[in-house]
Design a protein around this ligand. Structure first.
Ligand code: COA
Ligand code: AMP
Length: 634
């Protein structure tokens, strides 16, 4: 039997035995005797009586193992022309001191701390400092607008917020403090303090409750790592669901550490001392798992990159960083490579750098279109692995197991089920689908360690969102199929979530904003395929009787509203006026029908939503399906 097959089958036949063995690869303060049990909610729980500290595991443990002088983190910021290195010892000391700052502000175990920061080392230091004292961090992506931040403040009820004076987007300086102040004004929950890091590019105006980051550090005493139960929450990360309110995905300490350590071994094939780079943002799950926790827990050197793959300064930025830091394994979103390819289709920039250290490339966050996949394979001539996962799972559900048994990949496929994830394909009426038959992609319970145990403050929402669609299975929200050879294909979301430039967004949330416009009677926002961003939102609008407005004006208003309420990352730029929206007899808008109609373009067509032909195509498709369109955007 192949080692992959054997390992996968063992993980499914005897989950407790399998994960007991994997749990030995991390260092516990108290080894768990219970591996898999049930909590009061009848939820599966991993390592219930184990004790550990994730920040200790990520830093102090390696110092104890003699790796104190190894580089733990490289901050590479082309937007500020900075490269800074931290050894494990230096990073541990910074984290311990900042943990002391939090202690000094009366942050205790279990308290929530929101981190709203750009991609600077202090963001990772803040996360690890929270973990060190058992505070629960909730990182909010810097590209979210104040209203989004306010929603998260009200849900997580933090005692302290950590932020910086600004972020840098290409050449623009984005001041964070006015956004934070606006969020605090909107939020009902009141925080005790904001700790603000002043960056040289912008000076934040400090208020009464604000504390200067550097001043606070001067008087802080380093704090030790506290023992935490495996089931204590490490963080909350909000992600888009089908409604306007994001879901607070909770991550525990023990299962998370065991799963991430295993993933570095089996999925990514990396070990202590390797240089691992995930070019994402700490605001997303990729940043949590594969910029901060997994590489450090494994004793790798991780890279924290502040910039964009193109125009900072050019399309060679990825290659320059791989060459400069001798990156072994690289992970990013396909959309980032589509941007690179667009600027430098012949890879002339690549030729300027020695990227021979690079052993393999992983892509995730959205489906990799075959054209980009093939371009990457031809350009790099190393294994390119599309792997699939979600904020909820925290680590890959499917991939090519590079540390276990690398196998041939198939373009368009997310490859194989990762051990621990018993992925099945079910029809709407819960019937298992055979090879090649599309259906709901689900995971038979128990989920492996590391996956969400609940939604913060709303266990009912957890049950409703994930557990009730198909009893006994976790509902991923993705549709797809498994072929005869066991390759899994993820074909897209079956709900109202879209994926725009690797950013997960809710069309329901956009609809709530668009519907608030005084001219709009009803609306639907659907995701339409886009060559660069993967998907982009398009609004279909039904106007109120008697409203006579130019689509250009209306569209301008709506774009501004969505940008203000969600943020620029929504990429909401297009709207079309229709004279009817398809509905069920009970009046429910058939979004899925419209999505299917709009989604009739092959991904490889060289089109973006800026091409007028795309809107023509959507219009024609809608008209052909009796959804009459009477206007459209320019
Ligand atoms: N703060 C403020 N604004 C931000 C921001 C941030 N952190 N991130 C993005 N924005 C802004 C952009 O500047 C842009 O503004 P504009 O409309 O004024 O031009 C807008 O949001 C849209 O951003 P995006 O669609 O991300 O395009 P981009 O050109 O800024 O970046 C990529 C392109 C490919 C680099 C980026 O989309 C990316 O890294 N995506 C991958 C995300 C990811 O890692 N997902 C996790 C899975 S691996
Ligand atoms: P997020 O929670 O932001 O990581 O987004 C998770 C969603 O992104 C998944 O449910 C999928 O819809 C999509 N996704 C992530 N990785 C892939 C992949 N490799 N192939 C297809 N879709 C993906």
């Amino acid at each position: 039997m192949s080692s992959y097959k054997e390992e996968f089958e063992r993980s499914i036949a005897d989950p407790a035995g399998f994960w007991r063995e994997k749990a030995r690869n991390i260092s516990w303060f108290r080894e768990p005797t219970s591996v898999l049990s049930k909590d009061a909610n009848d939820n599966d729980v991993w390592f219930a009586d184990g004790e550990l500290n994730t920040a200790w595991l990520a830093l102090d443990y390696h110092i104890d193992q003699g790796r104190g002088e190894q580089t733990a983190l490289i901050y590479d910021s082309p937007v500020t022309s900075t490269v800074t290195r931290y050894t494990f010892s230096q990073l541990r000391d910074e984290v311990a001191r900042f943990a002391g700052v939090l202690r000094g502000l009366n942050v205790a175990k279990g308290d929530r701390v929101i981190i709203y920061m750009p991609m600077i080392p202090e963001a990772a230091i803040a996360m690890l400092a929270c973990a060190r004292i058992g505070a629960v961090h909730s990182v909010v992506f810097g590209g979210f607008a104040p209203r989004e931040l306010a929603t998260r403040i009200d849900d997580a009820t933090p005692c302290v917020i950590l932020s910086a004076s600004c972020g840098i987007e290409f050449a623009s300086v984005i001041e964070y403090k006015p956004l934070l102040d606006e969020a605090l004004r909107i939020a009902e929950h009141k925080v005790n303090h904001c700790v603000i890091l002043q960056r040289p590019q912008a000076q934040a105006t400090m208020g009464e409750l604000d504390v200067d980051w550097q001043d606070a550090l001067k008087s802080a005493a380093p704090a030790d790592a506290v023992p935490l139960r495996a089931t204590d929450p490490l963080y909350i990360l909000y992600t888009s669901g089908t409604t306007g309110k994001p879901k607070g995905v909770v991550r525990d300490n023990g299962g998370h550490a065991v799963a991430l350590r295993y993933s570095m071994d089996a999925v990514y094939g990396v070990d202590a001392g390797d240089v691992y780079w995930a070019a994402s943002d700490v605001g997303w799950v990729v940043g949590h798992s594969y910029i901060v926790y997994a590489p450090l827990i494994t004793g790798c050197t991780t890279i924290l990159f502040e910039g964009k793959p193109v125009r900072t300064p050019d399309a060679g930025t990825f290659w320059r960083i791989i060459a400069d830091h001798k990156v072994d394994v690289f992970f990013t979103a396909p959309t980032a490579f589509r941007a690179v390819r667009k600027e430098d289709p012949d890879s002339t920039e690549l030729a300027k750098y020695d990227v021979s250290s690079l052993k393999r490339l992983f892509v995730a966050g959205e489906r990799t279109d075959p054209s980009t996949y093939e371009w990457l394979c031809e350009t790099l001539k190393i294994p390119v692995i599309d792997h699939w996962w979600q904020t909820e799972t925290g680590w890959p559900i499917a991939g090519n197991l590079m540390g276990l048994e690398p196998r041939t990949t198939k373009p368009g496929s997310a490859n194989f089920r990762v051990p621990g994830f018993n992925v099945q394909i079910l029809s709407e009426d819960h019937k298992e689908q055979g090879p090649g038959r599309e259906g709901d992609v689900v995971v038979k319970l128990p989920l492996p360690p590391g996956c969400l145990p609940t939604v913060w403050g709303n266990h009912e929402r957890y049950l409703e969102s994930y557990m009730r669609h198909h009893p006994g299975y976790y509902h991923t929200g993705d549709g797809g199929y498994i072929d005869e050879e066991g390759y899994l294909y993820i074909m897209g979301r079956t709900d109202d979530v879209i994926n725009v430039a690797g950013h997960r967004l809710s069309t329901g949330e956009m609809e709530e904003i668009v519907a608030a416009h005084p001219a709009v009677a009803e609306c639907a926002v659907i995701g339409v395929e886009d060559r660069d961003k993967g998907q982009v939102p398009v609004g279909l609008l039904l106007l109120k009787d008697g409203v006579n407005t130019e689509i250009e004006h209306l569209q301008g208003d709506l774009v501004a509203m969505v940008r203000k309420e969600i943020g620029p990352i929504a990429n909401f730029k297009r709207a079309i006026i229709v004279n009817r929206l398809p509905k069920t007899r009970s009046g429910k808008i058939l979004r899925q029908t419209m999505r299917k109609i709009a989604d009739n373009k092959p991904f490889d067509t060289p089109a973006t939503i800026d091409d007028p032909a795309i809107l023509d195509e959507i219009r024609d498709a809608m008209v052909a399906n009796h959804i009459g369109l009477i206007g459209e955007s320019a």
